[in-house]
Design a protein around this ligand. Structure first.
Ligand SMILES: *[C@@H]1O[C@H](CO)[C@@H](O)[C@H](O)[C@H]1NC(C)=O
Length: 410
């Protein structure tokens, strides 16, 4: 929780900087400025049902009561500002935004099933989607636009097929059906449960299906970075068949950390650790290292114990210095290591020789050592003199912001 709020704070400060950047003399690139109009509703017993009914999406931030501490009040207002700006940008979409106070509106929260203070919940039809990503206006807008879309995209021709085949970072499913009025319906129902995190596609076209070796009513599952899909067992498939298969297979062998669900990914650790690889895709070394990682992932895709979190530092500029400090790393070069998610203690594979990235075999040996415990974050602890990670105190059971984490108020 604490880790999360600290990151939110830093992300929010960046947002506010952007807000004060002056617009240039030329038109066409104007970042929205908050216009001062209140769009975010104060949700209460009186208005929540109406809001639920009236809009395509209702986006609710479930929060602690306004804190007494000034610094925390500021943080609170910045969160509100992110929502206000998002609401403003999406003004012509049918989305309502609201704040739910965990004390004042406890009854409403219970009725709506809001559980985690500090979380954002999106209501669409009769479903609730928890947003577990970076709370910045950019990420939130993108996320909400995805949620507004139909959960299944139809692939009609070779061009769309090529685009589909290039989406190697995503978990994707594609099914072949006779038409909308068919077993497609079960597929569509299943897709709604995973929107927008897992991408669902369908085709009614014989040529497209043939290219993908899809049989009528068949569904393929594509794990990120794998060349061959898994075929879901059975035809036709019920909604539950699909939901169960996806639930079982959604932790990929190589998964990319993304702003839209970064906290969910991080919380899905493997017995308290993550194997983390930093690689900039745009950088030649990073690219090459990523190719090696993909090879390793493909070779080990059937090992349920293995999941590597790939972080492209380019995607998280605000976190880069924090990671460098916490993990004592140089993120201008590729890195792979083990991170203990309890205390952020970590060990990293020595790749100091620039010319010589590890081969797939060397990487696999190292991963084997990690999985067997030979390489771990604990062994070096007695020698470490600077063990305490002063910027990472996650063992706080309190939800929210009791602790002002050394913020200076004045
Ligand atoms: C992670 O760190 C905690 C706290 O130092 C420790 O108790 C735990 O055993 C570590 N977990 C692993 C898997 O090394």
């Amino acid at each position: 929780e604490q880790w999360r709020s600290q990151i939110w704070l830093s992300l929010l400060s960046a947002l506010s900087l952007r807000l004060v950047l002056p617009g240039g003399a030329e038109e066409g690139l104007e970042f929205p400025n908050f216009d001062g109009k209140d769009r975010v509703l104060d949700i209460s017993e009186r208005n929540y049902k109406k809001a639920l009914k009236r809009y395509d999406l209702l986006c609710l931030f479930y929060h602690e009561p306004m804190p007494a501490n000034k610094g925390l009040q500021k943080r609170f207002q910045m969160t509100e500002l992110v929502l206000e700006l998002t609401a403003q940008v999406l003004e012509n979409k049918d989305i309502a935004f609201g704040m739910v106070d965990s004390q004042k509106d406890a009854k409403v929260a219970k009725k709506l099933g809001l559980e985690e203070v500090g979380s954002l919940y999106v209501f669409k039809d009769d479903r609730v989607i928890e947003f577990d990503g970076e709370l910045s206006a950019d990420t939130l807008v993108e996320f909400l636009l995805d949620v507004l879309e139909d959960p299944v995209e139809i692939i009609n021709n070779a061009m769309e097929l090529r685009a589909f085949e290039r989406m190697e970072e995503d978990i994707r499913l594609i099914g072949y059906f006779k038409g909308e009025d068919s077993y497609y319906k079960a597929f569509q129902e299943a897709s709604e449960r995973f929107q927008p995190y897992i991408k669902f596609f369908a085709t009614f076209d014989k040529t497209v299906a043939k290219h993908l070796s899809l049989k009528m009513n068949g569904v393929n599952f594509y794990e990120p970075f794998m060349e061959e899909p898994a075929v879901l067992p059975g035809r036709p498939l019920s909604e539950m068949d699909i939901v169960e298969f996806v639930t079982q297979h959604r932790r990929a062998t190589l998964r990319k950390l993304r702003a839209e669900n970064m906290f969910e990914t991080w919380e899905d650790d493997m017995d308290g650790i993550h194997i983390v690889a930093f690689a900039e895709e745009e950088d030649p070394d990073g690219y090459e290292f990523l190719e090696i990682l993909k090879d390793v992932a493909r070779d080990n895709t059937n090992n349920p114990e293995l999941s590597i979190v790939w972080i492209d530092p380019d995607d998280f500029p605000l976190l880069t210095t924090y990671w460098e400090k916490t993990f004592k790393l140089d993120l201008f070069r590729p890195q792979i290591g083990v991170v203990n998610v309890t205390d952020a203690d970590s060990v990293w594979l020595d790749m100091s020789d620039d010319e010589d990235l590890p081969t797939a075999e060397e990487l696999e040996d190292w991963i084997e050592d990690v999985l067997s415990g030979r390489v771990n974050t604990e062994d070096d602890d007695e020698f470490a003199d600077d063990h305490e990670n002063d910027h990472f105190v996650p063992e706080d059971e309190e939800e929210g912001d009791q602790d002002p984490d050394e913020e200076d108020d004045e």
